[in-house]
Design a protein around this ligand. Structure first.
Ligand code: AMP
Ligand code: MN
Ligand code: MN
Ligand code: MN
Length: 276
């Protein structure tokens, strides 16, 4: 069984529509797919219709969280998108995204792109604007040779077009997910450049509010990251998840359903989800 429990559609910063994404997952032989758009569940209905009986679709989310002064991402799997506290919480985060987008557009205009907000909106058909859209815009306008360069040159913390956002608290995000009947998962933990001590603190706080799993295998994790993250899962009695973090065919180094296996001794997160 191929599980891919982290990916994005045009409902956030992916480039494939939910239908195209699900068709692509089926083509890749994925058996269980979780659509985990940033701070939005609005792609799920379309994805479910596209999945039919050919693939098991899990309702997912990737929530932006501010913890210890940095941004971390918490994935939710198997949740009810109509749960009111979750829905209202996500509305609040999307408002923060909108005000941040306005400020980010001002900075991007200072770099030499006119009408940056409207151009970014045109690249974001789902209505949610992420740094990803500004990076694509900067590349399109010739200010960087490609998307990855644009992110690194302008949009990471401390760079010219970076604007910080205050996202959900860890406790809120985990509470919304578990309240909606889902399982909370720390997304791509090796990406945060935390010391082992800080990561232990994050995992401790996450468990205290009801979090149960961590991505061990991720499109952005190296083989060594998998080994390191497995240690945290073992030491903290967590379950292990795996997801590509696919955003579309423009980043061919990450593909749906092409993941390293989870270390065999770790309990997989799908043991916590209802059977199909
Ligand atoms: P945002 O949630 O709007 O701050 O945007 C974060 C998104 O930007 C992530 O989900 C990725 O899609 C993208 N991103 C952030 N950092 C990087 C990076 N170092 N390389 C590639 N993409 C990145
Ligand atoms: Mn993204
Ligand atoms: Mn993420
Ligand atoms: Mn993601």
């Amino acid at each position: 069984m191929i599980h891919d429990l982290h990916c994005h559609s045009t409902a956030s910063d992916g480039t494939l529509s939910p239908t195209e994404l699900v068709r692509h997952a089926i083509g890749q032989g994925v058996d269980v797919l979780a659509l985990t758009d940033h701070d939005s569940t609005c792609g799920l209905e379309e994805a479910r219709a596209a999945a039919g009986e050919e693939l098991r679709l899990l309702n997912g989310i990737e929530i932006s969280v501010t913890w210890g002064g940095r941004t971390v991402h918490i994935v939710g799997l198997g949740l009810d998108p109509d749960h009111a506290p979750l829905r209202e919480g996500l509305v609040g985060i999307r408002e923060t995204r909108e005000t941040r987008a306005i400020r980010m557009a001002e900075k991007v205009e200072k770099l030499g792109v006119d009408d940056a907000l409207n151009k970014a909106r045109a690249l974001a058909p789902g209505g949610l604007i992420a740094r990803t859209h500004f990076a694509r815009l900067l590349a399109q306008e010739g200010l960087a040779e490609d998307y990855g360069t644009a992110i690194r040159k302008y949009l990471l913390n401390g760079k010219k077009a970076f604007v910080s956002g205050h996202w959900a608290d860890l406790e809120q995000a985990v509470g919304w997910i578990t309240g909606a009947g889902g399982v909370a998962v720390i997304a791509h933990p090796a990406r945060y450049n935390l010391t082992a001590t800080k990561l232990r603190a994050l995992v401790g706080a996450f468990r205290e509010c009801g979090g149960q799993a961590m991505e061990v295998v991720s499109g952005s994790h190296s083989a060594q990251d998998v080994i390191n993250m497995a240690v945290h899962v073992r030491n903290n009695g967590l379950h292990a998840s795996c997801g590509s973090d696919y955003h579309g065919p423009e980043n061919p180094w990450v593909e749906l359903g092409r993941l390293r296996p989870l270390p065999a001794d770790l309990p997989p997160v799908w043991d916590l989800l209802p059977a199909a």
